[in-house]
Design a protein around this ligand. Structure first.
Ligand code: NAP
Ligand code: MG
Length: 501
């Protein structure tokens, strides 16, 4: 482990480590590093706009090779037939290695997608290790069913691994999303081809190498770098992929349903976008905490969060107090180099993404919202893609900022007068990923939570909860659940064996 303080080190430490870091650039297929056919793509660091690495760009041939390796490992290799406790031990060894290499993995994430390195280390990597450990511990605790049957028969309902799983994931939590897919799939006995986002292949390739070091047999976890329309599409259409687990935008999720329909009808699990409402009632137990959490939630990870509480719905009686506090926080938040442990918000992932976010800012102006903070790029001299934390109030319910996912640090504030109106506004979205609710009244909390169409409702908090609870959406936020034992449903089939005695 590298030295430094208990928080991972100083700004100078992280800069030095960045200079000394070796960057993986080849696919990991069947246990070996494969450069592929020679095509590459550039990974650019959002902190300064400089090219970090040229990484192998997978296409049809590399996808075929990766799926063939996973297929062999599933059909003929030991993994699906290994004792569940042994599979579990391998996953727990991977958790140990993730912890051991936490600084290095945090640095790769921070460099490739711009998350503050301290948050990558203390939040993301902690979650990644916890995910492999949790499913590693679960692997040998699953039980099958023997339903009551007539006396002359015995029935067994057993869970079997679905086979080859392809996991296509985004860049905003590159290793958390990878772990949420791969850990339960591997625990179930499946083999996996992981396709990271083009912006964040480095951390995923390093994770693949650590999995091999942890003793996962060759071909059990393959990492295919490359771009969505080539590598991602090839996996989506591949006849030998049995299940496809996707996290990303709603638009690309539609592609995967089409790929499946046009190929082998593989099952497709979708964790998609969001426009999550965060409702503050006047009887919130602590309005200051509600405001602080609203601000933390929308600016955490540069707002590049599928669950970001991007619509603050606040009761008129407390609106000024809450919104003023959020605006004050937006103005003091420290935006800067993600390698500086004092940084609270890093750059957006790419120059193109920052332009898209600024497009949403322009639309908000055009639609008559009032800018209270931010609204512009910053730190141009760095060459990085920085944006100021942004707050608009007076956002009309039918305006673009109230409806469209921004995936950036831009908050839309709407005011309501009754709880019924708050629920109506909250549900007036094509998305249904998450919602927040602040009230001290138990009945109000339960009544409103039931009425909110969302996969997760947080009451008097936001973004909380561990591996024990499922995560996913309703409506156009997708279907299927990551985390918890329910995630295994995506990677297992139920087999009925009926025996006449
Ligand atoms: P994205 O553009 O949808 O990309 C996600 C993944 O799909 C990437 O690996 C991407 O590869 C690949 N892809 C892109 N186009 C493809 C195509 N035509 N065929 C096959 N694969 C394709 O999403 P993103 O910009 O990376 O991430 C932001 C989105 O993810 C937001 O909408 C956010 O809400 C959502 N998200 C959802 C959750 C959740 O759990 N619900 C969590 C995090 C993020 P390339 O990068 O190489 O193009
Ligand atoms: Mg993309």
């Amino acid at each position: 482990m590298t030295g430094g303080t208990q928080h991972g080190g100083t700004y100078e430490d992280w800069q030095r480590r960045a200079r000394e870091l070796a960057l993986p650039t080849a696919h990991l297929i069947g246990g070996t590093q494969e450069p592929g056919g020679g095509a590459t793509f550039e990974v650019v660091s959002p902190r300064d706009g400089r090219v970090l690495a040229e990484v192998a760009a997978g296409g049809d041939a590399e996808a075929d090779a990766a799926v063939a390796a996973a297929r062999r490992a599933f059909d003929h290799g030991p993994w699906p037939r290994t004792a569940p406790a042994d599979r579990g031990r391998a996953l727990q060894r991977l958790a140990d290695l993730v912890e051991l290499h936490r600084d290095e993995l945090a640095l790769l994430i921070s460099l490739e997608m711009g998350k503050p390195v301290a948050e990558a280390r203390d939040i993301e990597l902690r979650a990644v290790a916890a995910t492999f450990r949790w499913y590693g511990q679960l692997a040998d605790k699953l039980v099958d069913e023997a339903p009551h049957t007539p006396g002359d028969a015995l029935a067994l309902v057993t869970r079997e691994p679905v086979g080859v799983v392809a996991a296509v994931v985004p860049w905003n939590f590159p290793l958390t999303m990878a772990a949420w897919k791969t850990a339960p799939a591997l625990a179930a006995g499946c083999t996996v081809v992981l396709k990271p986002a083009e912006q964040s292949p480095l951390s995923a390739l390093r994770l693949g190498a650590l999995a091999a070091e942890a003793g996962l047999p060759d071909g059990v976890l393959n990492v295919l770098a490359g771009q969505g329309p080539e590598a991602g599409r090839a996996l989506g259409r591949h006849p030998d992929v049995d299940a496809l687990a996707f996290t990303g935008s709603t638009g690309v999720g539609r592609h995967f349903l089409r790929y499946a329909a046009d190929s082998n009808l593989k099952r497709v699990w979708l964790e998609l976008g969001g426009k999550s409402p965060n409702i503050v009632l006047p009887d919130a137990p602590d309005l200051d905490r509600a405001a602080a959490t609203a601000a933390w939630g929308i600016f955490f990870n540069q707002g590049e969060m599928c669950t970001a509480p991007s619509r603050l719905l606040v009761h008129r009686a407390v609106a000024d107090r809450v919104v003023d506090a959020v605006v004050a926080r937006a103005r003091t938040l420290r935006v800067g180099d993600p390698l500086d442990p004092a940084t609270e918000m890093g750059p957006l992932v790419t120059a193109a993404h920052r332009e898209r976010v600024l497009g949403h800012v322009g639309a908000a102006h055009e639609d008559g919202a009032r800018l209270r903070a931010g609204g512009a790029a910053t730190l141009a001299e760095t060459g990085g893609h920085y944006l100021l934390p942004t707050v608009f109030d007076r956002v009309a319910a039918d305006s673009r900022l109230a409806r469209d996912e921004v995936f950036g640090p831009v908050l839309a504030v709407q005011v309501f007068d009754t709880p019924e109106e708050a629920v109506r506004l909250a549900n007036d979205s094509v998305y249904g990923l998450a919602a927040g609710l602040w009230t001290a009244d138990l009945s109000t909390a339960h009544r409103m939570s039931r009425a909110l169409r969302a996969g997760t409702v947080w009451v008097n908090c936001y973004e909380e909860g561990g591996l024990e609870v499922p995560f996913g959406g309703v409506k156009q936020s997708g279907h299927g659940r990551d985390k918890s034992a329910h995630a295994l449903d995506k990677y297992t089939d139920l087999k009925t064996t009926w025996i006449r005695l």
